[in-house]
Design a protein around this ligand. Sequence first.
Ligand SMILES: Nc1ncnc2c1ncn2[C@@H]1O[C@H](COP(=O)(O)OP(=O)(O)OP(=O)(O)O)[C@@H](O)[C@H]1O
Ligand SMILES: [Mg+2]
Length: 329
Amino acid sequence: MSSPSDVLVRGSGLVKHYPTREPGLRGAKGAIKAVDGVDLHLARGECLALVGESGCGKSTLASLLTHLEPPTGGSIEVNGSRWGKDRRTDRQIRRQIQIVLQDPYSALNPRMTIEQILTEPLRIHSDLVPARDHSRRVTELLEMVGLNDSHRHRYPHEFSGGQRQRICIARALAVTPRILVCDEPLSALDVSVQGQILELFRDLRERLGLSYVFISHDLAVVRSIADRVAVMYLGRIVEQGPTEEIYERPRHPYTRALLSSAPVTDPAVRETRERIVLTGEVPSPANPPSGCAFRTRCWLATDECATTVPVLEPVFQGHEAACLLLGDH
Ligand SMILES: Nc1ncnc2c1ncn2[C@@H]1O[C@H](COP(=O)(O)OP(=O)(O)OP(=O)(O)O)[C@@H](O)[C@H]1O
Ligand SMILES: [Mg+2]
């Protein structure tokens, strides 16, 4: 386990509810509970993966961690400072935690050259690198992400998807962050390019000592890069722990189902592994089930699961799961 000083990011009691109006209820206000009570931490140098089906709140959590949106409840500390404390602190934090998004096509201004794109964050955080050194810093950033210095005068449309993602990564690195939050950074890329960008993330982690929050629906990628995995279901973390521990000994029924649906190439493993097919839709986060939110799709659910909300309980050395039936299966 990591000691408190090793913790770079700590989210406590994080909640993000998006208000809705439901006309059927005479205009009464409801809420989409996108993130609904998440505690998480990221240790220095660590890669924490967030996994879970579409709509479970991964991107919302990423935008809370990077303060693109304020949480409805709870707080986030980055390297000991609290997001939202005051403008000065927020500026300091913003340098330390940067986001890389899925779509490198829409993320870059088509009218700016690569040099302008990479210089912009240096201008915003003007006390970081003196203006006379901006050009040298651009060279450094391009080299860091495996692009040629001669590319600096080109425009985004002159680059492939993989190269554009490299530019997005260089832009995120311009302010020398300690943490990158990567929200499906490979999903928009050709499969052949995905491996190269993954390798770049690995290389940067080694060279710069970066820590990652890595969101991906590709469970093989997660296994290859993450030290720890947090599994989300309807706005909550239902299981988390060291990667191999989660993959080898998943305890929450949802994690077992999620892992069993991942494609396996090794025929021997395919023969022996558990196969669970989840039935039913993911319930709406505007109206989640009472008790355990997973109970409506859980083949083990009992009456108690409808009335008691399970909390994360320790299973084994840093491995925790939120299921009332942990002792029974
Ligand atoms: N700005 C918003 N206003 C209202 N609802 C939102 C908003 N952003 C997200 N949601 C809802 O919050 C829930 C969580 O969405 P989020 O994008 O965080 O999920 P996700 O896990 O990233 O999904 P995916 O794997 O598809 O990217 C979804 O039900 C989504 O429709
Ligand atoms: Mg998302």
